[in-house]
Design a protein around this ligand. Sequence first.
Ligand SMILES: Nc1nc2c(ncn2[C@@H]2O[C@H](COP(=O)(O)OP(=O)(O)OP(=O)(O)O)[C@@H](O)[C@H]2O)c(=O)[nH]1
Ligand SMILES: [Mg+2]
Length: 295
Amino acid sequence: MAEFHSGFVALVGRPNVGKSTLVNRVLGQKVSITSSRPQTTRHRIAGVHNGPGFQLVLLDIPGFQKPRDTLTQRMQSLVDETLRDVDAVLFLLNGAETIGRGDRFIAEVLGRVKTPVLAAVNKADLLSPERAAVQLQTARALGEFRSVHLVSALDGAGLDGLVAELAALLPEGPEYFPAGVITDQPEELLAAEFIREKVIALTAEEVPHAVAVEVLEFGARPGRGLVDIRAAIYVERESQKPIVLGEAGARIKRIGVEARREIERLLGTQVFLELVVKVRRRWRDNPGLLDNLGL
Ligand SMILES: Nc1nc2c(ncn2[C@@H]2O[C@H](COP(=O)(O)OP(=O)(O)OP(=O)(O)O)[C@@H](O)[C@H]2O)c(=O)[nH]1
Ligand SMILES: [Mg+2]
């Protein structure tokens, strides 16, 4: 029998460089939420990409950051832990911004890991050929990478070559996930995340970071092809509640409509979604609440 290759590749980089977008693009389906604001991803999310003779498991993780509270401490521990335990690392850089101190810091950390590290300059679609060449040169100078790619997670440019190189690095191994399974995230968590993505997209300033979502009820109505979901949107302060609700409840309504559409696509059934907004003071520093939220 032909050998089968499989393994785990961690996506490492500053917040907002496009790690989650890249995972979704490679899979052709959304397993990880994205936003134009940094610090969107809070969990470790496996995205499973199957190819001829291989299974590549991309691990989307939070962006590299200096911890400020219990939540960000846990997020950064997850990054550190993931780095110790993968077959390869993909270091993603934002080509549309100056490659600087934050990237250099990550490059130094990656210089100490034993696994192969590939780098990719993302957001190529925003770069002139001249600018792209400069950014690639800057990225190469950051460390000893196996290779440095130019990609666009948004339009897919350069991803085939990158995936092929990652697949070629994988050791012999089993199919970690059965055919048809594209993520390790349970449907409840995906639903909570899809809701959080809409809250982030539709609110501003400090609110997106102050929000957590918990699915309280997730149940199929027997024989009806309908799933009932009740979820709580937690904010940190009373003053943030009306922001999420919007005038006469207009914003929460829109959040519900947009999230429901995506959850319906995910589940392939009709969804009845009920959202409530609750205040949980300092939840980002509350270990018990963070445990409940799987964070
Ligand atoms: N133009 C362009 N935008 C991109 C590309 N990749 C990602 N983006 C955008 O960059 C923003 C951040 O993308 P994410 O995928 O959420 O970034 P991330 O690295 O996962 O961020 P964190 O989870 O906060 O660490 C989003 O607005 C994306 O649409 C790209 O190739 N081109
Ligand atoms: Mg992300």
